[in-house]
Ligand binder design. Sequence first.
Ligand code: F6P
Ligand code: MN
Length: 326
Amino acid sequence: MIIQLSASFANNIPDPTTKAASKIAIAGLCDAAVQISAICAQGPLADGLGDNTGAENADGDTQKALDVQADEWIIHALKQAPVAYYASEEETGILTLDPSAPISIAADPLDGSSNIDTNVSIGTIFSIFATADGAPENSFFRPGREQLVGGFFVYGPQTTLILTAGNGVELYVLEPVTKKFVLAIANITLPSSRSEYAINAANTRHWEPPVHRFIGDCLAGKTGPLGEDYNMRWVGSLVADAARILSRGGLFLYPADARKGYALGRLRQLYEASPVAFIIEQAGGGATNGTKRILDLDLSELHQRVPFVFGCTHQVGLVTQYHTKN
Ligand code: F6P
Ligand code: MN
């Protein structure tokens, strides 16, 4: 088996059929991740991975060769697992695999595409739901709190899998010699506060007033209203920023802004914000759209965007206050 899940993983999934199916699908995703990780490690030796394909995905992002390749490997893996429907950032509509299967999966096959060529961490994000009756959309058009599993792989100095099934957060590392994912941290928890934030500051002039005020007060440091010096980090790959925050705390913001097409920020709710929010909450952090809990938001469009704020509960709470009180 490519991954030996912990004995307590999936204890919170009551139905044995969906539980077993989730475990098989996670193993399939691990198979795809080993392939993606190997090709990432080749860098420029793997011909033209970061090249544009000339196409755009459903949300208007330019598709790179590795985006498409990762999507194909994931589809291949999930076809051999008990998966009914597959929703992907790289596919306009929902793919039907085996409609009688108990689970359905949404994924961002290759997160952080702009970093493919730069030897900076990128990843794969996924979310597992119990298949719903009726149309394929029913399995995905629902609040994120109904997820069975949220997870993401990071292809970086180590290839890791961060995973929750609603029973805490585990971290597995791909052992380079055996090519198996091994449990390394059984229960990741976030500190309640850390004065470090991640935001693309190049968009400052486009932000809405609450975000402007909050970041301005972070920059004001110890003698400002927040009374603390803040540090900043921005990798530009959601998975890498999320992995750092899970390892030491901090705050991530991709807010709505005034640019055309950014009225709901940049990140997609179904296969980016929801699984990351599930993991962050399970690690003791918070995840909102600025005011509301991400996992309580309904979904009405497959590729719907959402403003995304997550991390330590203290800093996430501050952002909510700036939106509601100032
Ligand atoms: O998938 C979208 C994404 O690449 C995220 O991984 C990342 O957090 C964000 O976009 C970076 O956006 P920008 O290039 O606007 O800073
Ligand atoms: Mn992404």
